[in-house]
Design a protein around this ligand. Structure first.
Ligand SMILES: [Zn+2]
Length: 708
């Protein structure tokens, strides 16, 4: 056995190597499970030998304690912003200034880099060891967000080739689009406000006081600049930007790989043009191209204006904008009672999709932007973001157009709306408001909660409007006879759902639908009752999440179920006991207490228990280990030779987990006909993908399946 110190060193080196393979080279050599195994071994060894723990150990990314606030810190040299260029002409003008400044006629060597739409950060390393991370701030002084920067796995705590002395490495922290979409889905599911775009989400995350939360959200970073103290001799940094980008990568820092050396401004212009559309295929948001003079010696000769370096500029992509008419402003009532305005637009094509709705957030925003129903409005879309109304076109506003009046009562139940002084959102205070009830039931039945397939919007509307369902527990008393006779259009979708969802598909927005109510029928009714019945036996966390307690997301629900084991224990837990659970902060704990202390919640839980819902930790079934133990498999698209249920059943029998969404933890994706976003995501994440024929081979003999 090697000495613990040696083993710890070896483990740290291996973990750093694999973090670099994953985050810097995007080319992992081992599975997530193997990586987790290395990390677990390191943590256990360090727990037994606390004297051997160092702050640059990969296990020490998260201190586990929320920070009190952020101190300020000064940058080694000011972090200047860049001048902008909006078209080829302005790029040519920049080039002329550069050549004039250098007094040369020959083409200048530039480097063009994608401009990541994130948050600028300066990370200081001493002899290759992480010291601190500071936001750009005003360019001279920023906020010290070290605890959060450490928690970002893409940022090394130790550089793999350590240059001696102090270095400040500058780059951009960003939210990858898939992680952003997932975050907003979770926030929507737990009734929290959505982030407007990945950049806002990155900013909000980095300024959060809880490094644990930062670690979970999957922020990434790219680096592009390094600064050494001015008096260091010899200068540790290379003499050109191209050499620097290559050097940063050899130090184990993630560098965006699409940069290009360009001789002369024409090559730069061609590079900018080539990315105008292609950039949308990248898994992160970009808002332009940064153009820098390559040679440091030439940069030094050009110097700075009072605001900008003379040797660099930022080319900004034109925003995707279009004008259309705002037909009217509806208001929608959410699960938590939040009443938000919804813009209903004349359908218009923007960035490849038909847009008919846009969120307006709140009435203050409508007032501030002076948006009135009937206006011609400028609509903008960036990345995966729900389109937003930039402004009304005042020049063509019809005379006497009245401003929007936020209703004072709920459009559904006519309760007087309330708004706490410190909030901008109006709420319907009525807990049994039909709109709130409908959205709550949809959440409860959702795939990520109780997973009751077949309980869609249209059916929920019908059940609520007929008074057949007043709360979650009523679902468990529905009978095949009652359901079979219901008449409704199963395909009907409400406007609010289309807007809250991502981009609406063309068929959902192509004008008014002809509604054709149909009888639900015995077959569908039996299937639904069976689904509802099956949900009685789901894991506890699904029920906790399904209850829709404010601020309690999927992960929080899982943590609570793991920590307390039974609903009764969660309901009885004191605030201190709740906050002792990872993923549960003071706001969540207070919200849990509010929920469980309310008499109507006590009654609801009693009714759910009486309806036979599983309220405790499941008894683990003792069974022989299967050949696919520990593997998570995702099915997507249509299978030809067997049904989804058959495939799932057979995989479960072999010990695999069958998941509904693709993540880094996914071992394998089986793609049938017309596989969609899950397949794209698998490819983005590098998860192995097989077709149906290979699935059959796997089911026939899992032990001889090379991918697993
Ligand atoms: Zn209401």
């Amino acid at each position: 056995m090697p000495a613990p110190a040696d083993r710890i060193d070896a483990l740290r080196a291996r973990i750093r190597h694999h973090e670099e393979r994953y985050y810097v080279h995007d080319d992992p050599e081992i599975s997530d499970a193997e990586f987790d195994g290395l990390m677990r071994e390191l943590r256990e060894l360090e727990a037994g030998h606390p004297d051997l723990v160092t702050s640059d150990s990969p296990s020490q990314r998260v201190s586990g304690r929320p920070v009190e606030g952020f101190a300020t810190a000064e940058h080694l040299l000011p972090m200047l912003s860049l001048d902008n260029a909006y078209d080829d002409g302005e790029l040519s003008a920049f080039d002329e200034r550069v050549r004039k400044g250098l007094a040369i006629d020959d083409p200048v060597r530039y480097v063009a880099e994608l401009k990541i739409d994130g948050l600028s950060i300066a990370v200081t390393y001493d002899d290759g060891r992480f010291v601190r991370g500071v936001t750009r701030g005003d360019g001279v002084i920023g906020e010290d967000v070290s605890a959060n920067v450490r928690a970002i796995q893409a940022i090394p705590l130790r550089l793999s080739k350590a240059p001696a002395g102090r270095l400040e490495i500058r780059g951009e922290i960003y939210f990858p689009r898939p992680a952003f979409a997932r975050l907003n889905e979770e926030r929507e599911a737990s009734g929290e406000p959505l982030f407007a775009n990945p950049r806002n989400a990155a900013a909000g995350t980095l300024r959060n006081l809880d490094p644990q939360l930062v670690a979970r959200r999957g922020l990434r970073a790219f680096f592009y600049h390094a600064v050494a103290p001015p008096d260091v001799d010899p200068d540790p940094l290379p003499g050109s930007q191209i050499a620097l980008l290559r050097t940063l990568a050899t130090w184990g820092l993630p560098v965006e790989k699409h940069w290009q050396g360009c001789d002369g401004i024409a090559a730069v212009q061609a590079f900018c043009a080539s990315w105008a559309d292609t950039r949308r295929q990248l898994p992160f948001d970009t808002d332009g191209i940064v153009i820098k003079v390559d040679r440091r010696e030439e940069r030094a000769r050009l110097g700075y204006t009072s605001k900008f370096p003379r040797w660099a500029t930022a080319f900004k992509f034109p925003a995707q904008q279009v004008t259309t008419r705002l037909l009217r402003i509806d208001v929608q009532v959410g699960r938590t009672g939040a009443v938000t305005p919804l813009a209903v637009l004349e359908p218009v094509l923007l960035a490849g999709s038909t847009i008919q709705y846009a969120t307006l957030h709140n009435d203050e925003e409508i007032r501030r932007k002076d948006i009135r129903p009937g206006d011609q409005v400028l609509l903008e879309k960036g990345g995966d973001v729900i389109p937003k109304i930039v402004k009304p076109i005042l020049g063509v506003r019809p005379e006497g157009l009245p401003p929007f009046e936020m209703p004072t009562t709920c459009p559904e139940c006519h309760s007087t709306l309330e708004r706490p002084d410190d909030e901008v959102v109006w709420r319907c205070p009525n807990p049994s408001c039909p709109a709130r009830l409908r959205r709550s039931l949809e959440h409860f039945a959702g795939r990520r909660a109780m997973n009751i397939d077949g309980l869609g919007q249209a059916l929920v509307d019908k059940l609520v409007s007929l008074g057949l369902v007043h709360d979650y527990a009523d679902l468990y008393h529905l009978t095949v006879e009652t359901l079979a006779d219901l008449k409704f259009d199963a395909q009907a979708r409400r406007a609010d759902r289309v807007a809250a969802g991502r981009t609406a598909r063309a068929d959902e927005t192509s004008g008014p639908r002809v509604l054709t109510p149909r009888r639900f029928g015995e077959k569908s009714a039996s299937a639904l009752v069976a689904q509802i019945d099956a949900s009685r036996r789901h894991d506890l966390w699904r029920l906790i999440f399904g209850l829709g307690i404010r601020h309690v997301g999927e992960r929080g629900a899982q943590a609570l179920a793991d920590a307390f084991g039974t609903m009764a224990a969660v309901a009885a837990a004191r605030v201190e006991q709740l906050t002792a659970v990872g993923d549960v902060g003071p706001v969540v704990a207070a919200s849990l207490r509010r929920f469980f202390d309310a008499p109507e919640s006590v009654a609801l839980l009693a009714r759910l228990e009486a309806a036979g819902l599983h309220m405790g930790r499941p008894v683990p079934e003792s069974r022989a280990p299967g050949p696919l133990d520990g593997r998570t498999i995702v099915l997507t698209g249509t299978l030809q030779t067997l049904t989804r249920e058959d495939a799932t059943g057979q995989l479960l029998a072999l010990g695999a987990k069958v998941a509904g969404s693709v993540s880094r933890k996914t071992s394998l994706v089986v793609a049938g006909e017309a596989a969609g976003s899950k397949l794209d995501k698998a490819r983005t994440l590098g998860v192995p993908v097989v077709d149906e024929a290979r699935l059959q081979q796997l089911l026939d003999d899992p032990t001889r399946f090379p991918v697993l």
